[in-house]
Structures are given as structure tokens and as C-alpha cells.
Design a protein. Structure first.
Length: 702
């Protein structure tokens, strides 16, 4: 790993290994990155919008040439790391990978300084590809030997090769050189710890060398514990670019800090600001905490990271997963539970680190019972217990029984009202210092807002889903000599409700009416209008197709729903062996006669339903002999972003043509839906109805 980073000329390297289920990537080792920086990225879910997840999941090379490209393509990453750097992420596979080789499921991430050109050079790309192949071979060889490499509990922090150790004379000359320089000098390692400081620097900072050496600047010097100062340090450490800032110690001297980073740490020059130079506002001194706690810059970093993740949470389950994935490891907790108030009881929304049996015991606690979990709902105040003794003293009648040693019970407050409780538990006693309490309270507020929004979405979604499920036909009628299969697939990524519909109406033993349509929108209004369209079609079924569409159109325009509907309607007479079809702005049906290919039916165009009450429609007659297959669908089946619609329809027609004529229509319907389901991105619903005039007495209702 060290050689790979050096060969590519990168400043930071990270190696990710998959969990057994290959749903999560764990950071196994890192080089050139502080532990604090690596912690939020130590666990990456495979579906996360993160470069390494995309690279491994899709088996491709991801390159980000600078800050603007990062912000444009990966907004979450650009928000939490708004610094200058270039990044490459790639799966650990040779390029091209051996056909018979099982993918490793691992990923490699490399970062270059902000001074890097927007593109990789050929030499750098060759070094990255060589590293991918070499590391993949190591993993495969270990697996073949019966000792597969597993992700460690904590990432291994690698160190670059140390520089040559100077001799006594050279070291003395270096120290003399440093002392002759004006101002003071100090050095930080990649974690920010002060490893070297001169007496002049200590005098300027107003603290003895003994207190500075081995400490973080913002812990040894409370006046440096500001988001601005720590952000300068983060920017230098990530971008590897020089950086300068001015700060005001409480003793009254204004100092300029010049940061010069490299792969081993940061050199800092400290010089007094001239009396006639710009004077910044003085920093307010803060009390030194009894023990180290997350700095305010770290707090803001965690807040931004969680806020960015929660903006993408759609359902309550998403909020639980994001909170657990980011909070539990970042804060050093071992368990988490989210509870919400419902019908005067506390209900478990989700948990991590606890057993299901334990959570079942606490699910449904009455709000009237005074416990640590209900306290925040009544008072809006958080509770912190450093050990079991403090908890027992506050609630002597309550036995937690979770095997933990410290707890934080944080009220979830959204729109000024408590809606639930966030519980964080620690395996060992944990002193919650004031700064950490503020951080935890802020994080709980973010989670509360996201959870409240997600629960509202879930309730609306459930209402619309129930409405739509009730309006679509539960079963299609059995018609002799007609094989039928119907399928419905909601749109992907949150759009679970739509207005697509299908229907089969039995007129008599040999005559049926068929309709497939698409109401504009993905909400309750679309689902409700879909039911009205189906009712209107049912009321006119059996009439000439042109008349059915005209009556349905007049009804919709009278209702003035503000939504438009496309529809194709067919009247099939098995005795006459004919089908009459008319369309209202709907994609053309596909017809396949026995022994022939599937072809588009070019019906006379008709206006969408619900626009003009006087619109008229034209029907055409086509033969419908035994063995004929009619395919009706909505545009979600054939639409591909950026491609011509007719090209998508032709591809579906070719797929039907390539299928054996006696292939069951239910199986063919599943094939077509699987084909559409595998296409990404997919943003529209799909309704599909297949009808085949059977050559013999048999059924396939799908």
C-alpha cells in the first residue's frame, strides 16, 4: 500500500474491504490521513453517493479533478470536505479483470494535493492500475490459502517511510538555522499533534514548551479552539497546500501563522503582526475542559456530515440507518436506539448495537411512566449519565439491563415539539463534558427534523399506496381461449406511487375490453384520478373504442383535475377474430401474429384525456387470429433517458420476437419487467398487459 501511494505520487491512500454480505465497505488501512479525518469514512454503505462505493458497485474508475467537479458530482463529499484535492477511486481488479476471477469487492482511494492538474498523467494512471492488480492478487492469494483478509476492527494507520536521520553535526546546524529565523517555529504531525516547538514559539503562544509538546493546539491553547483555525489546519492537511491565517491570543499580541504541509506533517511559522498591520478581532478565552472533548470544528464537521446524509433520507428507516452509520462510530458509542411517541406510547423506530429481544421489552412504554427515555418528551431536556450509579440515583426503580455503562438520552425536538428520544449507550463509563453535550444535542436536533419529515412522507406514502392498491384490479377475469398476464412496477428511488393502470373487462364469453393508461404525476391525486379513469372506462366498456375514449375524456374535462391522462383502449372479439383499438396520446401497442415478429401498431393519434372536451378519437381494426399476442404498456417500460422513444419500443419488440411463441405470457411478462428493472436510472411507473389468443383450451393467468 505504501509503495502504491508513492508510485502514483499521491499524498493520501485508503484501502476498503467488503463485509461478508458485500453491502458495506470498511476502511482497512490508510496512509497520509489523520485518524480523525478517516473516522467518518470508516464505513461506507455500497449504495452511498460516495466515489469508492460507486467505483466498487459499478466496477469503474472514478476521477475527480478538483473542488468544483467534486461538488458537482458528489455534493455530500464537497460539503464536508470543501478543500482543494484530486481524487481517484477504483475497484481492486486488474483492468481488464480475468473472466473467471471472483471480484474482490474491495476498493482503492487515492488523493493528490490541490496543486495537481485536472487530469491524471499516463504514468499516474499506470501506477494506479498496477496497484489495483497487485493488491487484488494479494487478496485472492490469501483467500485461496484459506486465510481471506477481513476488515480490521479499526483502520490501520500506515506511516510513510521516515526521512533519513541527520547526524549530530547536521542536527546541530539545523537547530542553529531554526533559532536564527525571526519568530517561532513548530511542527505538527498529520493528526495535528505538536511534535516540535521552539522556545520563541512558546513565548509567542503564551504557554510553556512542556504543555505544548505532544498536545493538539486547540486543546493546549483554548483560544485556538475555533472552527476557523481548525478549518485552516484541515485544509492544509487535506490539500497539502500552504495556508496562512492570523489569530489573536488573549495576552494581546496578534500573530500570523504560516502552514507548510507535506506527507509527514505540517511545519508552522509564527510571527508577530506589525503594529500597523491589520488587526483581527480578539478571540474570547474559554475554560480548559477537565478532559479532551470534540472541538468545535470537529463538531461542525460531524454536523455537516450528518446533515448532508439526512437530506437524502426519504423513509424513517433511512434516517435510522444514516444516524447509526455516522453517529455510533464517530462518537465512540456502542449502541443507539430511536424511539418516537405514538398514541401515548414510545415506539422503537430502529436501533443498532442492541438485541431485538431487549428492544421488544422497551417497545410500547407508556408516556406517563417517568423513565430516562420519556423524560425528554415531558421536559425537552437531555439526560447524561457517566456511569450506572448516576442512572440508578436518578431513576432507582428503573432497570436498564442493556449491559452498557454510560448513556445519553436526547429529546428529538422538531418544530418546537418533542417527538421522541435518541438513546446513545457506551460500553465503559463516559464523562460527557459540556462541549460534547452541546454536540450531541445538536445532532439529535438534526435527526429529529429528518425523522419528522420522513414519518410524514411514510404516512402519505402509505395512504397513497393503499389507495392505489385498492383501485388496481386484484384479479383479472378468466376468458376462454385468452391467456392474460398483467404486471405493475412502481418507479424507483422514492416514487412508490403513480397513476399507471391496466384493466381487462369481460363483455361476454368471447368479447373483452382492454385498457392501459398513465395519469400524470406520482402522488395521491394521480392515484385518485386513475381510479376515476378506470370507472369511466368501465361505464362505457363494450361501446366502440373511439366512443369509449371520447366519453372518458368528457368526464375528465368536467372534473378539471389539472392532470392529463394517456390511454389506449382495445375491443377484442374472439369470435370475429378482430381487435379494434384507439389511443389518446399513449405509446403504440405491440402486435405479434403467429409465426411473425412483434411490430408497433401505428394508431391514429388522439389528444390526451382531460384537455379538450370536444376531442374526437379514431379506432382501427386489426386481425386477431389464434396465436396473436397483443402487448399494451406504459412508457416506463420503454423509456431510456437520452434515447429516442421509438428505439426503446423497438428493443422491447425485438425481445418479444426473440421469445418462443408458446412461451407462457406470465413468464414473458416477468422477463420484460426484469429487463426494465435492471435499467438505471428508472423514474417512471410501469404497467404491462399481455393478451394471447390461445390455439387450444389452456390458461396462463400469470
Amino acid at each position: 500500500m505504501v509503495k502504491a501511494v508513492a508510485a502514483a505520487g499521491a499524498s493520501i491512500g485508503m484501502l476498503y474491504l467488503p463485509d461478508p454480505a458485500r453491502r458495506v465497505l470498511h476502511l482497512a488501512m490508510t496512509l497520509g490521513l489523520a485518524r480523525e479525518f478517516a473516522l467518518p469514512w470508516s464505513r461506507v454503505v455500497m449504495d452511498d453517493p460516495i466515489p469508492v462505493a460507486d467505483a466498487v458497485r459499478e466496477g469503474r474508475f472514478v476521477w475527480l479533478g478538483g473542488r468544483e467537479e467534486t461538488a458537482r458530482r458528489y455534493p455530500r463529499l464537497g460539503l464536508v470536505l470543501p478543500y482543494d484535492f484530486a481524487l481517484a477511486a477504483a475497484p481492486l481488479e486488474p483492468d481488464p479483470a480475468p473472466e473467471a476471477a471472483e471480484p474482490t469487492g474491495a476498493g482503492l482511494v487515492l488523493l493528490w494535493p490541490g496543486s495537481h492538474a485536472p487530469c491524471l498523467t499516463d504514468r499516474e494512471r499506470e501506477a494506479v492500475d498496477s496497484a489495483r492488480a497487485l493488491l487484488a492478487n494479494h487478496l485472492r492469494r490469501a483467500a485461496a490459502d484459506g486465510h481471506p483478509v477481513q476488515p480490521p476492527a479499526q483502520p490501520v494507520m500506515l506511516r510513510p517511510p521516515p526521512p533519513p536521520t541527520p547526524g549530530p553535526a547536521e542536527a546541530a546546524a539545523a537547530m542553529a538555522f531554526i533559532r536564527r529565523l525571526p519568530g517561532g517555529s513548530c511542527a505538527l504531525d498529520l493528526n495535528g499533534t505538536i511534535t516540535f516547538v521552539t522556545d520563541d514559539a512558546a513565548d509567542l503562544l503564551g504557554a510553556p514548551v512542556s504543555r505544548l509538546r505532544g498536545a493538539l493546539p486547540w486543546q493546549a491553547l483554548p483560544w485556538m479552539d475555533t472552527p476557523v483555525i481548525e478549518d485552516h489546519y484541515r485544509a492544509a492537511a487535506i490539500s497539502r497546500l500552504p495556508r496562512s491565517f492570523t489569530a489573536a491570543p488573549p495576552i494581546g499580541r496578534y500573530l500570523r501563522f504560516d502552514l507548510y504541509p507535506d506527507d509527514t506533517g505540517i511545519s508552522v511559522r509564527i510571527t508577530p503582526v506589525p503594529a500597523d498591520g491589520p488587526v483581527p478581532p480578539p478571540a474570547q478565552p474559554t475554560a480548559v475542559p477537565a478532559e479532551p472533548s470534540p472541538s468545535r470544528a470537529t463538531a461542525l464537521y460531524q454536523l455537516m456530515h450528518l446533515a448532508a446524509a439526512l437530506t437524502e433520507a426519504v423513509h424513517a428507516r433511512d434516517v435510522v440507518d444514516q444516524a447509526a452509520d455516522l453517529l455510533v462510530p464517530a462518537l465512540g458509542a456502542q449502541a443507539m436506539a430511536l424511539l418516537v411517541a405514538e398514541e401515548q406510547r414510545l415506539r422503537i423506530v430502529g436501533f443498532r448495537g442492541y438485541t431485538a429481544e431487549l428492544m421488544a421489552r422497551y417497545d410500547g412504554i407508556p408516556l406517563g411512566v417517568h423513565t430516562a427515555t420519556t423524560h425528554g418528551l415531558h421536559t425537552g431536556e437531555p439526560l447524561f449519565f457517566a456511569d450506572a450509579g448516576e442512572l440508578a440515583a436518578a431513576f432507582p426503580a428503573v432497570v436498564i439491563g442493556d449491559g452498557m455503562a454510560a448513556w445519553a438520552f436526547l429529546p428529538l425536538i422538531a418544530s418546537g415539539r418533542p417527538i421522541g428520544t435518541l438513546v446513545l449507550a457506551y460500553a465503559r463509563p463516559h464523562e460527557f463534558v459540556p462541549g460534547e453535550r452541546a454536540i450531541l444535542t445538536s445532532l439529535a436536533g438534526l435527526i429529529a427534523q429528518a425523522l419528522d419529515r420522513a414519518r410524514l412522507y411514510d404516512a402519505t406514502h402509505q395512504l397513497a399506496h393503499s389507495l392505489q392498491t385498492g383501485l388496481l384490479p386484484h384479479a383479472l377475469p378468466d376468458v376462454p381461449h385468452l391467456d392474460v398476464a398483467a404486471r405493475y412496477l412502481p418507479a424507483a428511488h422514492g416514487f412508490d406511487i403513480g397513476g399507471d393502470f391496466y384493466d381487462l373487462i369481460r363483455i361476454d364469453d368471447t368479447t373483452v375490453a382492454v385498457a392501459v393508461g398513465d395519469v400524470q404525476g406520482h402522488n395521491v391525486n394521480a392515484a385518485a384520478l386513475m381510479g376515476q379513469v378506470r370507472t369511466a372506462v368501465h361505464a362505457s366498456a363494450g361501446e366502440h373504442p373511439a366512443e369509449v375514449l371520447a366519453r372518458t375524456n368528457r368526464l375528465l374535462t368536467d372534473l378539471e383535475p389539472g392532470l392529463f391522462t394517456s390511454c389506449v383502449y382495445a375491443h377484442i372479439d374472439l369470435t370475429a377474430r378482430t381487435a379494434h383499438l384507439a389511443t389518446a396520446g399513449h405509446p403504440p401497442p405491440l402486435l405479434r401474429h403467429a409465426g411473425g415478429p412483434a411490430k408497433m401498431l401505428h394508431l391514429p393519434p388522439g389528444l390526451l384525456l382531460g384537455i379538450d372536451p370536444n376531442a374526437s378519437y379514431t379506432a382501427v381494426e386489426v386481425p386477431f387470429e389464434p396465436g396473436t399476442l397483443l402487448t399494451l404498456y406504459t412508457d416506463g417500460l420503454v423509456e431510456v433517458p437520452g434515447e429516442d422513444l421509438e428505439k426503446g419500443i423497438a428493443a422491447v419488440a425485438d425481445h418479444i420476437t426473440a421469445t418462443h411463441e408458446r412461451h407462457p405470457v406470465g413468464t414473458l411478462a416477468d422477463d420484460l419487467m426484469d429487463r426494465a428493472r435492471g435499467r438505471a436510472p428508472r423514474t417512471d411507473d410501469i404497467a404491462l398487459l399481455l393478451l394471447r389468443f390461445a390455439r387450444e383450451e389452456r390458461r396462463d393467468l400469470g
